[in-house]
Design a protein around this ligand. Sequence first.
Ligand code: NAD
Length: 495
Amino acid sequence: MSQRGSEFVQQVLQDQLSAYINNKPQAGQAESIDLINPSTGAPIGSLATASAAQVDEAVAAARAAFAAPGWADDDGGRAETLRRLATLVHEHGDVIAYLDAIEAGKVHRLSIDEDVADVVANLRYFADLADHHDGRQVQTAGGWGWVRGVPIGVVGVVLPWNFPIAMLGWKVAPALAAGNALVLKPSEDSVLSALFFAELAREAGVPDGILNVLVGDGEHTGAALGRHDDIDMVTFTGSGQVGREFLRYAADSNLKRISLELGGRAAYIVDAEHTRNPGGIAEDIVGAAFGNAGQNCTATSRVVFVGEPEAYEKFAGALAEQALRFRVADPMSGEAAMGPVINGAARDRILAWVDEAIAAGASVLARQVDVPEGDGFWVAPTLLQNVPNSATLGTGEVFGPVAQVLRVDTREEAVELVNGEPYGLASTVWCEDLAMAKWWSDQVRVGTLALNGYSEGTVATPFGGLRQSGFWGRDNGPEALDGYRELMTVWVTTP
Ligand code: NAD
């Protein structure tokens, strides 16, 4: 329980503070949404959303702030501000993790260690890059010039709920470091940590109008940002379906830049011939499948064992044992490895997909029984075998704590399973032979290939998807910063 966190929630709800514009919290003027605690199913409260007029006000504030001196033109000053913000986020990690726990069911302890730490790392990393902004020079007999990146302008940021503060950090840190002004819409399922972050940004000295936050749903607020003629870019993380909407909005409005980070269906491949102890990696696999209740774009959807049937049986047994140990509990308790899923609709959909797969011939390899009771949105971590492709689970992004386990005879079959997917975000291969690991990295086509341990890389490595997992741009790494800049050439003609 965080005192500052609960006071913040009370204040937001009491004054209905859902629009943070020009560094001032305002009451929302449109229809209310209910904020629900997924661990209990009980309402936290209801909050008015931002109106269309407030969207316009936020965009105008961002435009004015972008044009004003002292932000886009001051690389060193921005870097210092972002470093101060990093320190404040670090100091308030407990509050941020509390807000994400009560609203998104995120495990408090892991949020502090992973999500908040990630935001701090992002802010510091991109502050350093902003500080060392260089261009490229070109010389010819007839002249010389330079090429440099300039901020894009006003950037709309539209976020999902599964990693509320971490996804915010992935977008906001590079977009601000590049010198842009932002209008950010968190998912309507997880608004609190974004509003709190805006407070910290003001305290850190982010100028008025540079970071505006609006609470609203997709249909109204999200679409208004997508269609706005004075927004120069939208950076989006979420589902493929909504990502496609943003491409349409851009085409129908001002051809704003659109960057999309979309869904995934990662595989975890075990190359048994080159894995000394396949059972020994079961814990890593289960964490990759069930961490964050499987609500992770890189969550393992399929565990693919390349090897003999006998070895597979032993491996599957070890995997089942680990799955049964995966602790589902209240996210604020110290013991939880995962909490609930985000809402009742998600729980019902995930369970329906599992039932459908079983009815179509799938068998249960392991299903956790020790799951909290009550009205929270709990789903038992589940491993299935023999899932037919005709079942929705066979091809869809389940986005819950469910994975299928299968065996193939050859590496080529495993590669085909990954490369044949419309998604191409991430996958893991366990292979302890260096030459063979190189072979896997040459064959498997995904944005992030983790070798010998589930990972999404670090703040310095670009993250994003091939095929239908992404569209233009990356999070993390210098490439993320480039994504929030346009290129400009200055050419000097010499006589
Ligand atoms: P979602 O697409 O339903 O919603 C994302 C955001 O879009 C929300 O803020 C929502 O309000 C808004 N939105 C919804 N409909 C809209 C519309 N018609 N117009 C404009 N905006 C609209 O996704 P979600 O359920 O919040 O998140 C889960 C998805 O996000 C999964 O598919 C997951 O794989 C993906 N994801 C991808 C990454 C990545 O880095 N590739 C990371 C996290 C999550």
